[in-house]
Design a binder for this molecule. Structure first.
Ligand SMILES: [Fe+2]
Length: 312
């Protein structure tokens, strides 16, 4: 029985956000409803399409051999190389055939409970806007390139697609226990910054890694970061960095293993035993860890992005 989620729950209804649960204070634009969906996808300019094409080309120079096989296959299955920002309607039709997912446009980051609701119904909310030339190298807010290029190819993998839906359904239970921070860590270290052990080495499947040029190389090859086999209890107690390269990555054996470790275990017990804050710093290596590579942490100790340290 799946216990990451409450199976008796009605996931078709937008959940209420319990008053005691903290989520980022986001101001809903006047033109969107409670579902936070844009009425339609943006009409991108020729410059927007050119930015997409340049971002795409930059990633394709670094991803082969470093991105998970499932991700590279997903890019191909969805013909994401056809040029310009992909049209969500076409993308959704293709995805629907493959795994029953769709891509829906949202104006900006959306509240956690709305995000959970869309995922639980196999809808992936993607930022409508695209970055500019000025923010070409780094933006904190997820844009259409991060969301569509980074996340959507993985949704063509059937097991991963199920994991993402279960993650959304897990939001209901995490809200009931007021443990969204812990569930957020799981998302961070899997969906955004996850690594996968493949036969010929460690590959990236996390969208935060795959949508930028520096972290792909750093996460898979650099000496600085720790690489530790994923243990859900441990990951949900671990803090993370939002605006810099990660000091630690967690590695899965397979998507089946990820699904087994998360969906098929007793989260009630885990949530009851979790404190409200994080136990482990994002640089920590602890006794229970199955360490793949212990990092030098040089990049982090030198002060990271702020200090201009090299991601070695
Ligand atoms: Fe993301």
């Amino acid at each position: 029985m799946a216990t990451l989620t409450q199976t008796e729950q009605d996931f078709t209804r937008l959940p209420d956000l319990p008053a005691e649960v903290f989520t980022a204070p986001l101001k809903k634009p006047a033109h969107v409803g409670d579902d936070w969906l844009e009425p339609k996808q943006t009409d991108y300019t020729a410059e927007d399409d050119a930015i997409w094409n340049d971002l795409f080309a930059r990633q394709m120079a670094v991803l082969p051999g470093r991105a998970a096989t499932a991700f590279m296959a997903g890019l191909e299955k969805l013909n994401l190389d056809r040029g310009g920002v992909p049209e969500f309607g076409t993308l959704s039709e293709d995805l629907d055939t493959l795994t029953g997912w769709s891509v829906v446009p949202v104006p900006m980051l959306i509240p956690d409970h709305v995000f959970f609701w869309h995922l639980a119904n196999r809808r992936f909310p993607a930022g409508n806007f695209i970055r500019t030339r000025e923010t070409f190298d780094y933006i904190q807010e997820p844009d259409v390139f991060h969301d569509v290029f980074g996340h959507v190819p993985m949704l063509t993998d059937p097991v991963y697609a199920d994991y993402m839906q279960e993650y959304g359904r897990a939001g209901w239970k995490a809200m009931r226990y007021n443990r969204l921070k812990a569930l957020g860590s799981l998302y961070w270290y899997t969906v955004e910054f996850g690594l996968l052990q493949e036969a010929d080495g460690i590959k990236a499947y996390g969208a935060g890694i795959l949508s930028g040029p520096t972290e792909v190389v750093y996460a898979t090859e650099a000496e600085s970061p720790n690489r530790i086999m994923l243990n859900v209890d441990r990951v949900m107690r671990t803090d993370y960095v939002i605006s810099d390269l990660q000091p630690t990555y967690f590695v899965i054996e397979s998507f089946e293993d990820l699904y087994r470790q998360t969906v098929e275990r007793d989260f009630d017990k885990l949530y009851r035993n979790l404190g409200a804050g994080f136990t482990y710093a994002n640089t920590a290596v602890i006794d229970v860890d199955h360490v793949v590579n212990r990092g030098s942490l040089e990049y982090t100790l030198r002060g990271g992005r702020e200090s201009g340290a090299k991601p070695v």
